[in-house]
Write a protein that binds this ligand. Structure first.
Ligand SMILES: Cc1cc2nc3c(=O)[nH]c(=O)nc-3n(C[C@H](O)[C@H](O)[C@H](O)COP(=O)(O)OP(=O)(O)OC[C@H]3O[C@@H](n4cnc5c(N)ncnc54)[C@H](O)[C@@H]3O)c2cc1C
Ligand code: FES
Ligand code: FES
Length: 494
């Protein structure tokens, strides 16, 4: 059985299909049709709802895409949808501002925008905190509007956030926290959802995940569901037996050790961000452009690696920085270098019965020059056409060793060994980089698909090497964060 709060009441569910999404629950089971279905693939944000969780510091409000969020993941949380915001006769401040700023026309996208703004409204517990425009843009990056235009929506955000008064959710925060903590203690060891078609399991520790995987060879692991649930919503493939790895409290740990950063399998991109950026501030743009805030709040690093997509953004980072993963199963634990993990298109070294329990990155090495580039059609919420991550060990401007990892260039995320050897020995200030540029076509013969042509991919990867050298030399390059700011932050952490 799963239990969660919704509309100030405890909801207990048991006899529901494992692959039911939060959106299906709201619209089909509850008839709450305020939350819209646009794309059913996490891209448009029309289905955005907010999930409140009990954290040590208080309630944490997280925006998620209900269309690809498993219903079973709601256990122990409060589900908040657009119907819940009105306080008696009064609109919520974000709704009021949307009306007053004329930020809605057909209205289809509006509930999603309202919920993203509601999450931002609660992003800080400090009523005096000022939310800047960048944060507003980040909060709205996963919401599409086809008719109003974004300016009035941003105006509405600024108006609502300037108010920053306590809303009904803040007023009853302590009571909600107490209820959620009590609910978390009701986690059952058996299947959380169960029908004649299958089960949704919420194991409590890694050993339990391993034993469930051994007992149910056909089960699918689910963490955020941001890849997996597309199989259900887009390909209409039933997901009969699911094991929710994010239910394991111990797998939410981010550990900053002397030699490595380690991320449990349930650590979302958003939860990993601070630790990663402290050591590797150069990854800011890549992380900021990973999906949307909804996706970053839901999806995990381990899920991204396990999914083994050739266009995933974390694998090139792990390949260039020398990351590793820990695979657990009933037969034990093995740690393998990410270099050995990807075998062929969507094929990995992971054996049946194994799961990624931890993903690890080494702590920052001195003298490393790091750059990560994501090339995609849209700036926000888009998959890479090409992703390139370069980690160069440099001594007196000469490259002592090089790692160059690419996504979108082959059937798997892959290092360019010919590029790396051509880079090694180059003086970045005085030598040219032509041999490394030529080596790209030795390492890669990319394909043409809906995102980009083979030629485009090749040329882009080559030009990124040129950009790498330009940035080392301090030449100007177009970036979200100016190069000087980037370098200042890099050197303060090196
Ligand atoms: C709108 C949208 C935008 C996106 N943008 C990006 C982007 O910019 N860059 C990018 O790289 N990706 C992107 N993605 C893809 C996706 O969000 C990521 O790959 C995400 O990290 C997957 O993590 P998850 O926890 O949601 O995985 P899930 O969907 O839960 O699982 C993915 C797969 O891995 C398996 N799995 C999950 N956890 C484990 C584990 N611990 N051990 C073994 N197997 C496991 C599952 O069974 C499943 O097959 C996007 C997706 C959407 C819908
Ligand atoms: S319906 Fe488009 S993101 Fe969910
Ligand atoms: S108001 Fe019509 S899509 Fe936004």
């Amino acid at each position: 059985m799963i239990r969660f709060l919704h509309q100030q009441r405890e909801v207990a569910l048991e006899n529901v299909r494992a692959d039911t999404s939060v959106l299906d629950y709201l619209r089909e089971y509850r008839g709450l049709t305020g939350t819209k279905e646009g794309c059913a693939s996490g891209d448009c944000g029309a289905c955005t709802v907010v999930v409140a969780k009990a954290a040590e510091s208080g309630l944490e409000y997280t925006p998620i895409n209900a269309c690809i969020a498993p219903l079973g993941s709601l256990h122990g949380t409060e589900l908040i949808s657009v119907e819940d915001l009105r306080d008696g006769d009064n609109w919520h401040p974000v709704q009021k501002a949307m009306i007053e700023c004329h930020a809605s026309q057909c209205g289809f996208c509006t509930p999603g925008f309202v919920m993203s703004l509601f999450a931002l409204y609660h992003a800080t517990t400090d009523v005096d905190a000022v939310v800047d425009r960048e944060e507003i843009l980040e909060a709205l990056g996963g919401n599409l509007c086809r008719c109003t235009g974004y300016r009035p929506i941003i105006d509405a955000a600024e108006q609502a956030l300037a108010e920053n008064a306590k809303d009904q959710f803040s007023r009853r925060a302590q009571a909600t926290l107490d209820q959620l903590r009590a609910l978390q203690d009701t986690e059952s060891e058996t299947a959380a959802l169960e029908t004649e078609h299958g089960h949704y399991y919420r194991p409590r520790d890694a050993a339990h995940v391993a034993s469930l995987l051994a007992e149910h060879p056909d089960a699918r692991l689910v963490a955020g569901g941001t890849d997996l649930f597309l199989e259900s919503t887009q390909a209409l493939t039933p997901l009969a037996v699911l094991i929710d790895i994010a239910a394991v409290p111990g797998l939410h740990a981010v550990k900053v050790g002397k030699d490595e950063l380690s991320f449990g399998a349930a650590v979302t991109h958003r939860a990993a961000q601070d630790a990663v950026l402290k050591d590797y501030p150069e990854l800011q743009e890549l992380i900021q452009r990973f999906g949307s805030l909804q996706i970053r709040s839901q999806g995990t690093i381990a899920g991204n690696i396990a999914n083994a997509s050739p266009i995933g953004d974390w694998p090139p980072v792990f390949l260039a920085l020398g990351g590793s993963i820990e695979l657990h199963s009933k037969s034990g634990i093995r740690e393998i270098s990410i270099d050995d993990f990807f075998l062929d298109y969507r094929k990995t070294l992971r054996e049946p019965g194994e799961f990624i329990a931890t993903a690890k990155l080494p702590r920052r090495q001195a003298r490393i020059f790091l750059r990560a580039y994501k090339i995609s059609k849209r700036f926000e919420d888009d998959i890479s056409s090409v992703c390139a991550v370069f980690a160069l060990e440099v001594d007196k401007d000469r490259i002592v060793s090089a790692k160059a990892a690419f996504g979108g260039m082959a059937a798997i995320p892959k290092r360019g060994k010919a590029v790396e050897s051509a880079l090694t020995g180059i003086n970045l200030l005085t030598d040219n980089i032509e041999a490394a540029i030529a080596a790209v076509s030795i390492d890669f013969q990319p394909i043409t698909d809906a995102r980009a042509s083979a030629d485009y991919r090749l040329i882009v990867a080559q030009r990124l090497l040129e950009r790498l050298q330009q940035e080392y030399r301090g030449d100007t390059a177009t970036r979200v964060h100016g190069e000087s700011e980037l370098i200042a932050r890099v050197s303060s952490h090196a």
